[in-house]
Write a protein that binds this ligand. Structure first.
Ligand code: HPA
Length: 264
């Protein structure tokens, strides 16, 4: 058990979380919907990383969502902050040791498809690890050879699709390609990503999917589209646009998640 898990156990007693939710840039709003919430700053939790990205506030919040016990991680730490692909290892291990079985990862992403404009929500069905980095580099045991053929849970994905359709919220689906960031892609890289089969690009999530599978967690992931990829629309990309646009798709994403968790 991680030290952080022991700390949380002591604070929360027999609270038994079913889902872990990782909230991406500008998507922290869901925290306000938690009932009976108890929050911890990442800085209070042994081994937890400290994020320095604005729009990410670094809190673990335990509570119930649609009556179901969950833990939210608001404010992930990214590879590009310190070059550590395993930055989210302790938080994910902590979720697993607290008994979470499924994690739902969320992020803000750039769209590579004209029919998936900013404000859309995309279910990630698979990914391309374009960064070449891996959070399991240096892991000594044979457990490091994690199979990735079914990284994204069919069962959770079906639940999310049903929830979106019940709510009449369009839910796109596609392949997410991980670029290290923090600079945005060039138009040439975006054209390449399209040719290689990606539907969206972003700077997170993939290392967490790998870690979550390593810790035996079921995974689903959703992207909120905040912009078209570089060169697909006029204007320059920046983090302000991500923070400004994330809440638009974020409201749809929150509704889908709440519905899915309540039904599950
Ligand atoms: N590229 C990479 N990461 C992102 C983007 C993008 O266009 N939008 C939001 N996060």
């Amino acid at each position: 058990m991680t030290e952080a898990a022991q700390f949380i156990r002591r604070a929360l007693g027999d609270f038994q979380p079913r889902f872990g939710l990782v909230l991406g840039s500008g998507l922290g709003g869901l925290a306000a919907d938690l009932e009976d919430a108890t929050g911890f700053a990442f800085s209070e939790l042994p081994g937890f990383p400290q994020s320095r990205v604005s729009g990410h506030d670094g809190r673990l919040i335990a509570g119930t969502l649609s009556g179901v016990p969950v833990i939210l991680l608001s404010g992930r730490v990214h590879y590009y902050e310190a070059g550590d692909a395993a930055a989210m290892r302790v938080p994910l291990e902590t979720l697993a040791t607290l008994g979470v079985e499924s994690v739902i990862l969320t992020n803000a992403a750039g769209s590579l498809r004209n029919d998936m404009p900013p404000g859309s929500v995309m279910l990630i069905t698979d990914h391309i690890n374009y960064s070449g980095m891996n959070p399991l580099i240096g892991e000594p045991s044979d457990r490091r050879f994690v199979g990735m053929s079914h990284a994204y849970s069919e069962t959770l994905s079906i639940g999310l699709r049903y929830a979106a359709s019940d709510l009449d919220i369009p839910l796109a689906h596609g392949v997410y390609m991980w670029f290290s960031g923090p600079s945005f892609e060039t138009p040439a890289e975006i054209r390449m990503a399209r040719i290689l089969g990606a539907d969206a690009v972003g700077m997170s999530t993939v290392p967490e999917v790998i870690l979550a599978r390593f810790f035996g967690l079921e995974v689903a992931a959703l992207s909120v589209i905040t912009n078209f990829g570089a060169g697909m629309a006029n204007g320059e990309l920046g983090h302000d646009e991500t923070k400004e646009m994330a809440p638009v798709g974020g409201r749809k994403l929150a509704a889908i998640l709440k519905h899915m968790i309540g039904e599950g």
